[in-house]
Design a protein around this ligand. Sequence first.
Ligand SMILES: Nc1ncnc2c1ncn2[C@@H]1O[C@H](COP(=O)(O)OP(=O)(O)OP(=O)(O)O)[C@@H](O)[C@H]1O
Ligand SMILES: [Mg+2]
Length: 260
Amino acid sequence: MNPFLQQAPIEGVKKIIAVGSGKGGVGKSTVAVNLAMALQKRGMKVGLLDADIYGPSIPRMLGALTAKPEVNDDKKIIPVTRYGVKTMSLGYLVEESQAAVWRGPMLFKAMDQFFRDVLWGELDYLIIDLPPGTGDVGLTMAQKVPVTGAIVVVTPQNIALADAKKAIDMFDRTNVRLLGIVENMSYYTSQTGEKVQLFPQGELDAYLDTKKIKKLAQLPFYPDIGMSAEAGVPVLESHSGDEEAEMFLRLADQVRDVSN
Ligand SMILES: Nc1ncnc2c1ncn2[C@@H]1O[C@H](COP(=O)(O)OP(=O)(O)OP(=O)(O)O)[C@@H](O)[C@H]1O
Ligand SMILES: [Mg+2]
């Protein structure tokens, strides 16, 4: 049986955007959270699903570590709303220290619940923060719901690019359209205004050119982004009007363009 036959839309949800990467720690969750926030600031109705069941970071990044979603009489899970964004994460359901080592059927079931048993309501966008790698979660997602498109986050060096290519391949194999990549932590601006490269610039641009893949944004390293994430207040909220926030609003506009 073709597993893709199980695919069904999520009621009320217009567009589903997945944020992935082959490599860990490149900034997927940061991009997912701030993209969701930025789309919301642009007047969209937005949901954010933390599908990183191995290391959920959305609850911490949104200051919702102690939040517990309610369940209604019909056994539907009510998402936790933070800063106007409806969120769901395995982190709300299990302790942060109990990194879930779920595979196969259990994982399938958890994903199914996220898609079918959460009362997402009417959403213009559901953003999905994927775990690193090209494992079961991404495949399960592609089998279960019609994903509008994927964004791959990558840092500039070749080590990250090698892994990003695997993620791009995975989306290709599962018929998920690649909307483009986000180059993250590309440089840092020193106090004297000099651009300092954090990672060696690899062959990312050449690769994107050859493959005709769009770069949706080039995001510099801003210490405040990390601090905001730790404090649970995203930069769209804490740094409204500053470049740290504006760059995510521009990314949101790009994403709206390419996901139409
Ligand atoms: N542009 C940026 N400027 C400053 N810090 C950043 C930026 N992007 C990400 N970070 C920081 O880098 C760290 C890793 O980011 P994040 O958790 O978003 O990565 P990830 O790809 O989701 O990781 P994982 O693979 O573990 O899920 C975090 O501490 C985050 O705050
Ligand atoms: Mg993450």
